[in-house]
Design a protein around this ligand. Structure first.
Ligand code: MTE
Ligand code: MO
Length: 344
């Protein structure tokens, strides 16, 4: 299950990235990959490099890059794992959101309730980062993020993201399918749900001092949802380790659900028999339900869900799609749950 292998659908990520979005990073990445001198990213990187002429640039530039890479490597030992190969099974119907836009317009209430928290989030230490796996599993345990990264195979996926506030983006995540985490955890058959929890250190994130919120941030999925092929645990974005404001070093991505389900900076996975109550559900259960699947026909009390604004496009709005356009992958999960409140 955890053997690293190249899959048939894998292509170099350059093959599918709009050149404009890609160019900005490619030189830096090439330098970083070469300077690190490690071939940990395997065949993908070799192919990716050979496509670009293969050799590591020489001279002053590479010396600086080597120093940069060393600094980056010390702060985050996973740096050399990126970029990973893009999985071409998942396709976009829109442009990738500009990196500057998506990484400076965020929801991360631990750092404040505005969209402008990216600077505050830089205080989050992401190493060491321990992840607790407990509850109904064969053996409860704690695993460091870099050990977890060794146990899985990274790939890139471009996904749409739809916040219940009716804004949307499309970003290239790097990470691994959540079903690999579930396999790694070895849940018992009694486990019906996965409950996830974000770090809770008020010295690092001032929002955590706001006592009217039910911290820590909690989210949950059924085991069927968590093992659906779309459910993804992101460790990277735009071909680099994921930035702190977007949930470093481990963040859930469930593109068919409203964005609040995509819990950031996860420190704990608990396998349970009972349905967990999520952060927003505790705050206002009438507005934020457990399932929270995207549906343009079911308005939230404060936001129509019919259309969405693509951030970074001067207010362009597009129609919202059922399951955010991912119905082919996930609609069957809910076929026997029509009596439940599946939307918002
Ligand atoms: N821990 C935590 N996770 C979180 C949130 C949060 O406030 N705290 N906000 C959620 C919401 S409402 C959205 S829309 C997405 C936003 O992700 P982005 O900032 O990477 O675009 O993160 C989700 N995950
Ligand atoms: Mo959101």
């Amino acid at each position: 299950m955890f053997i690293k292998r190249k899959k048939g659908w894998e292509l170099p990520d350059s093959a599918a990235t709009p050149e404009a979005a890609y160019k900005r990073h490619s030189r830096r990445r090439l330098l970083a990959t070469g300077a690190a001198g490690v071939v940990a990213i395997g065949a993908g990187a070799a192919l990716w490099m050979s496509r670009r002429g293969g050799s590591v640039p020489q001279g002053t530039a590479s010396t600086t890059a080597a120093a940069d890479a060393q600094t980056a490597e010390a702060a985050d030992p996973s740096t050399s794992l990126y970029p990973a190969m893009r999985n071409m099974r998942y396709r976009l119907d829109r442009e990738i959101t500009d990196e500057k836009v998506s990484t400076t317009y965020n929801n991360f209430y631990e750092f404040g309730s505005s969209k402008n928290i990216w600077q505050a989030a830089q205080r989050l230490p992401i190493r060491p980062w321990e992840i607790r796996i407990d509850g109904k599993v064969e053996k409860e345990r704690t695993v460091g993020i870099d050990d977890l990264l060794k146990a899985v195979s990274l790939e890139e996926r471009v996904y749409r993201h739809r916040c219940v506030e009716a804004w949307a983006m499309a970003v290239p995540w790097t990470g691994f399918p959540m079903k690999d985490l579930v396999a790694f955890a070895k849940p018992l058959s009694a486990a019906k749900f996965v409950r996830m929890e974000t770090f809770n250190n008020p010295d690092v994130a001032p929002g955590l001092k706001a006592s009217w919120y039910p911290w820590p941030y909690i989210e949950g999925l059924t085991i069927e949802e968590a093992t659906n092929e779309l459910a993804f645990l992101a460790t990277g974005i735009y071909g680099k380790p994921v930035v702190k404001q977007m949930g470093a070093p481990l963040r859930l991505v469930t593109p068919w659900k409203y964005g609040f389900k995509s819990i950031k900076s996860i420190v704990r996975f608990t396998f349970t028999e009972e349905r967990p109550k999520s952060f927003w559900e505790v705050i206002q259960g009438s507005e934020y339900g457990f399932w929270a699947n995207v549906n343009p026909k079911v308005p939230h009390p404060r936001w129509s869900q019919a259309t969405e604004e693509l951030i970074g496009t001067n207010g362009t709005r597009v129609p919202t799609q059922l399951f955010n356009g991912y119905g082919d992958f996930v609609a069957q999960l809910y076929a026997d749950k029509q009596s439940e409140r599946l939307w918002t």
